[in-house]
Structure formats: structure tokens, C-alpha cells
Design a protein around this ligand. Structure first.
Ligand code: DGL
Length: 269
């Protein structure tokens, strides 16, 4: 019998930034990654539709008997995690907000969060920040142009730079000293964000914390693989070869295998 895998999912290639962290922390695990590239971006869609898409992906993982599903998507975490809890036979780990790490990093207590429209509208980062430190101020900024450009492979160049200048201007004006990358696509363009914000601004990528949450959940449940070679298998709903090339460039030297994953079977009408 083959060892059960960990399902990881996002709207597109962005969640691979989380897979990288997961695979480094959990070297013996088998990961199945699904990126819904045919329907990305999710962040500008209505909440009900985002939740619907999330359930399709989770049903697909259920049919593959995963032992854990990790959201590599802030948008689906913010909108759908609570409603998905206890509905599946496997545990769920959502994207960490990064708020705790941001509070450790900030000196002036002015924290920016950049994310999709849906994540920003959910207000989740602000709620948690208020709870943890009533003096800290959050500056939320939706960045709807980022994901479509990144999905096209525009990790550098004038279009992504112009968008970054536009979105980061209010955060510069607010003198934030820390920015949470509240979308898993954004670490891919962190060199541009760094360049614009300058070296004194901390960028918080919650992927590392999310990987730690996943590891702790596996340990708690007695499901962590302790031996054997880990694998990363990735599937996308879009069929572009270019996506596979981009995926490989995000994963770096971590080897992966591309697989077929068809979501249509999991749509409930
Ligand atoms: N990468 C996702 C996130 O972390 C979603 C991006 C999108 O599809 O809009 O929110």
C-alpha cells in the first residue's frame, strides 16, 4: 500500500512557494500540489464562488485519500477554511496570516499587508492584529494586477514594476516598517518589492509558519513520515507547458513530476 500524500492547493503557481517550504521541512513526505490555473485569479471572484472552488479541490483530494490538506492560498483560507473544517476525513491547515511574525519584526508598529481583493475585504489580518496588539496599525492594500502578471510569467519587467510602484506608494507614504506578503504569489516578486521599499522594511512571508503548522499537525496526529524519499507531484487545471516551466523555476532544485488532475469530476451541480 502506498503512503498517503499531503494535498497542497492554490489558484495557480503561487502556492508552490509554500510547497518549497513544506518539502524542505518535511523531506520524507509525498506531496500532491494542485493549482487551478484555468480559473486563476480567485482573489477578484465573489466569495461564494471561491468557496465552491475550494470544495471541488478538497473533494478531489478526498478521492485521492490524502492524509492532510494544506491551503497554499490566503484567499481560500480567509474565506473558506472555517466552513470546510470537520467536513472532510483529513485535517486542514490554512495559510498562516503572518501577523505574529510581523509583530515581532516591527519597531514602529506600522504594518502593511498586501493581498488579493478578497483577502483584504475579509479583514482577517486586521482582526487578529487588533486582538494581539491594540497599538499596532494595519495598512491593507489589495493588489489585483499582481496575480495575472505572475501567472503569465512576468516575474520581472515594466508591467509588474509599474503595478508594484502603484500598490506600494500608499504603504511608503504610511511609513510602514513591515509588510506581510498576504498572497502566496507575492514572494516570487519580493526582489521588486524590496527594491521599492528599501532595505529597512521587513517582508514577512507566512509560508515558513504555515509549513511549521503542517508539521506540528502531522506530529500531533501521529502521521508524520519519518523515512523514505519525499516526492512532489504537481497538477494544474490549465494545460500550458509554460506553467510547468514556471513551476519548475519556482521550485528551484526540488525535483517534481507533473500529473493530470481533473477537477470536473468534483463539481456538484
Ligand atoms: N495565491 C493566492 C493567495 O494566496 C490566490 C491568488 C489569486 O488567485 O487571486 O491568496
Amino acid at each position: 500500500m502506498s503512503t498517503p500524500a499531503i494535498g497542497v492547493f492554490d489558484s495557480g503557481i503561487g502556492g508552490l512557494t509554500v510547497v518549497k517550504e513544506l518539502a524542505a521541512l518535511l523531506p520524507h513526505e509525498k506531496f500532491i500540489y494542485f493549482g487551478d490555473t484555468a480559473r486563476a485569479p480567485y482573489g477578484s471572484r465573489p466569495p461564494a464562488q471561491i468557496i465552491d472552488f475550494m470544495h471541488q479541490i478538497l473533494r478531489c483530494f478526498a478521492s485521492r485519500e490524502v492524509k492532510l490538506a494544506v491551503y497554499a492560498c490566503n484567499t481560500m483560507t480567509a474565506l473558506g477554511l472555517e466552513e470546510a473544517r470537520n467536513r472532510y476525513s483529513f485535517s486542514l491547515v490554512g495559510m498562516s496570516t503572518g501577523v505574529r511574525t510581523a509583530l515581532k519584526a516591527t519597531v514602529n508598529k506600522r504594518i502593511g499587508v498586501i493581498a488579493t481583493q478578497a483577502t483584504i475585504a475579509s479583514g482577517k489580518h486586521g482582526e487578529l492584529l487588533k486582538l494581539l496588539d491594540s497599538e499596532a496599525v494595519l495598512y491593507p492594500q489589495a493588489c489585483p494586477k499582481f496575480v495575472p502578471l505572475i501567472e503569465q510569467g512576468e516575474f520581472t519587467g515594466s508591467a509588474i514594476e509599474a503595478a508594484a510602484l502603484e500598490y506600494l506608494a500608499p504603504l511608503k507614504a504610511a511609513k510602514v516598517d513591515t509588510i506581510i506578503l498576504g498572497c502566496t504569489h507575492y514572494p516570487i516578486i519580493s526582489p521588486i518589492i524590496k527594491e521599492i521599499m528599501g532595505p529597512s522594511v521587513n517582508l514577512v512571508d507566512p509560508a515558513g509558519e504555515t509549513a511549521v503548522d503542517a508539521r506540528d499537525t502531522l506530529i500531533r496526529m501521529g502521521l508524520k513520515a519519518e523515512s523514505g524519499a519525499g516526492t512532489v507531484r504537481i497538477g494544474f487545471s490549465g494545460d500550458s507547458l509554460r506553467t510547468e516551466e514556471l513551476a519548475a523555476s519556482i521550485l528551484g532544485d526540488r525535483k517534481c513530476e507533473c500529473i493530470q488532475m481533473n477537477l470536473e469530476d468534483y463539481v456538484v451541480c
